[in-house]
Design a protein around this ligand. Structure first.
Ligand code: FE2
Length: 193
């Protein structure tokens, strides 16, 4: 089945293209408006729309946690979730929250696709970075194992944009591991990895 996905973020401010994914203010009224726009977009394109969690490096005070905000958005639309587990892992470490509590808080029954990638660990006070330039870390595999039996995951995408290995052995190993993890889960109907 065809699906469309987009990030749960700003990419423009008025006429200015921001050139990066900018986190939305985590307020109830924003969640309601984003959900309404996602719903009308899904209706316009005629295929299911999936919303993806982003990484963010600056966190302003907000009335809702990230998990509460995503949950609230999903309550105002019938879209699916594209859960980027590497983004979750990086955000959880940079902003010091529990990724397990995050998974317990969002509507896992709406998760349709998973993204996996490798990033750069923060050293000292430096933040971890979502680089898509390394193999998938063990922490993210643990999150995938925790998730797959609880969510109707249909596909998993391995994201790699830079520092490609000499051969495809490393990438193939990540793909094989993702495929095996999904096939082991008691969730019916995986289409592909
Ligand atoms: Fe992603």
């Amino acid at each position: 089945m065809k699906r469309l996905s987009d990030h749960l973020s700003f990419t423009r401010a008025g006429d200015v293209a921001l050139g990066t994914l900018v986190p939305l203010p985590r307020a109830r009224e924003v969640a309601r408006e984003v959900g309404r726009r996602a719903q009308s977009t899904q209706a316009a394109v005629g295929v299911p729309l999936l919303l993806e969690n982003i990484t963010y490096y600056m966190d302003l005070p907000a009335p809702l946690t990230e998990a509460q905000f995503i949950t609230e958005v999903m309550e105002h639309c019938e879209c699916g979730l594209l859960l980027d587990l590497t983004n979750l892992d990086i955000n959880a470490r940079n902003h010091r929250y529990s990724p397990e509590e995050f998974l317990d808080s969002i509507p896992l029954e709406r998760v349709v696709q998973i993204h996996l990638a490798g990033g750069q660990d923060g050293v000292g006070d430096a933040m971890a970075l979502d680089t898509h330039a390394a193999s998938v870390p063990e922490r993210v595999w643990t999150l995938l194992r925790e998730l797959v039996g609880r969510a109707p995951v249909r596909t998993t995408l391995l994201e790699r944009d830079a520092l490609y290995p000499e051969d495809f052995t490393e990438l193939q190993a990540d793909l094989d591991r993702a495929r095996a993890t999904l096939l082991e889960a008691p969730t019916p109907g995986k289409e592909m990895v």
